[in-house]
Design a protein around this ligand. Structure first.
Ligand code: HCA
Ligand code: CU
Length: 444
């Protein structure tokens, strides 16, 4: 089935995420690190389906002439999209194209809803990428864009001056001025991750004032660790479209992570930006992505189980009393509905007592728990690689201290609230796990 979509009838929200996991994200070295090199067609379809169901309306793909495989994948993704829009309304496929007729033609023939056109505008880009001067860039891009506009009036057109933050303001304006009447959006990519939040606000405000009828799009690289704050600030300054990827993957240290951005807007109570995004799907979609990369959801991703994991004795004790002591943010709204307490060398007697008594059901008093803890702390640093501290602890409890289980009558066994699971056995594929630890799962 083919569904015809028209951008004319779409009312953009205050924040439109443009997901570029399959374009920018495919440029991540993480794929190479895991000897995978590319996403399979099935991976791509799964990711696109998940994004559309999450509420993302704009998905950026490579121009189909990048390779025969990209062309085939474009068609397969389009088919998956056409099936899904019946359930979830609009979802636009945007092709990332150079200002080059071959790219444009390939994208149009593949049925792209829009073209994300780009051209290097900074001095380095001009000297080393395409060798064209500013006048030449303006003339050529304008000619092509006007032609596309004429021939395909319904295509969503965006133009980006690549490396915009190393492009002199006047140079950028001189290129954008000519094009402003022909495109729906201007991108201002921070291609090499040099921009500070202050520079972003300044630049976006200038563009906002100068081009009141053109929407603005942010695309910020994380070389300095500023991708997230730059996206937040760009929204404040007048951007409506933000390019993100799942887990923030992309060239070098990547770009803004979608769930990190949505999570921070939520924490800051900027709910007006969150219209139509199914926030509870955030952690699951991160796990899906991590699985595709054959890695865990990274510890620096705010929407991760690592952000609900506690290792230090003092923290663990407080957690048993009240999770709010060390869990301030509403991660459960983003699908992280469990917490982990890792049993290990830093655990104190409180948590060991709790674990042995409440979870394993040993008949144990507090003084014995203190003595077991002291023995455990002496031995735990010497356990062989890959062996679990839990096994050591149980061994100490049973064999050094001769502990016995409390006899819980059969009918009450299912009523014990907490359950303990060996992390590596129960974790779903891609879930953050700690191979030699245990998870104390506290239900919320
Ligand atoms: C690239 C560079 C790019 C383009 C962004 C855009 C960047 O890998 O082609 O088209 O807006 O960071 O400048 O990702
Ligand atoms: Cu980029």
């Amino acid at each position: 089935m083919s569904v015809s979509l028209s951008y004319k009838y779409y009312q953009p929200r205050k924040l439109e995420i443009i997901d570029t996991t399959l374009r920018e994200g495919s440029q991540t070295s993480l794929l190479h690190d895991h000897y995978k090199y590319f996403f399979s067609t099935a991976d791509k379809i799964e990711i696109v389906r998940a994004l559309i169901l999450f509420g993302v309306k704009f998905i950026e793909l490579f121009a189909p002439n990048v390779s025969p495989q990209e062309a085939a994948d474009f068609a397969a993704i389009k088919e998956a999209r056409d099936e899904l829009v019946v359930q979830s309304g609009y979802a636009f496929l945007l092709a990332h194209v150079r200002c080059h007729p071959a790219d444009v033609e390939a994208a149009v023939n593949a049925g792209a809803d829009g073209l994300n056109m780009y051209m290097g505008t900074s001095e380095v880009s001009r000297s080393y990428n395409h060798g064209q001067g500013l006048d030449e860039i303006s003339r050529r891009s304008l000619k092509l864009i006007e032609e596309v506009r004429r021939n395909y009036p319904d295509l969503i057109l965006r133009f980006s001056g690549e490396d915009a933050f190393r492009t002199d303001e006047d140079d950028l304006f001189s290129v954008y001025d000519g094009i402003a009447g022909s495109v729906a959006r201007f991108g201002t990519p921070d291609t090499v991750g040099v921009a500070t939040p202050g520079a972003v606000v300044r630049r976006i405000r200038l563009l906002r004032e100068r081009y009141p009828n053109v929407d603005l799009e942010g695309h910020f690289h994380d070389d300095r660790g500023y991708a997230l704050i730059n996206s937040m600030e760009s929204l404040r300054a007048g951007v409506r479209y933000v390019q993100t990827t799942l887990l923030g993957i992309g060239e070098r240290s990547g770009i803004t992570s979608m769930t990190a951005l949505l999570f921070n807007l939520f924490v800051d109570k900027q709910y007006e930006y969150l219209d139509g995004y199914h926030l509870r799907g955030s952690y699951p979609i991160n796990v899906l992505m991590a699985d595709k990369l054959r890695k865990l959801v990274p510890s620096k991703e705010p929407v991760s189980l690592t952000n609900r994991t506690h290792a230090a004795g003092v923290h663990q004790k407080a957690m048993i009393n009240s999770a709010s002591t060390y869990e301030a943010n509403p991660l459960d709204q983003f699908g992280v509905t469990e917490s982990e307490i890792l049993l290990g060398p830093l655990s104190g007697w409180n948590v060991i007592h709790y674990f042995l008594k409440e979870i394993l059901g040993f008949d144990i008093d507090e003084n014995t728990a203190r003595a077991i803890t002291s023995s455990f702390k002496k031995q735990v640093y010497n356990i062989p690689f890959g062996e679990s501290p839990t096994a050591l602890l149980i061994n100490i409890a049973e064999h050094e201290f001769g502990l016995r289980l409390i006899n819980v009558p059969e009918q009450f066994r299912g009523m014990i609230e907490q359950n303990l699971t060996e992390a590596s056995k129960t974790a779903e594929v891609g879930e953050v796990t700690h191979a030699s630890g245990v998870i104390l799962r506290s239900k919320r």
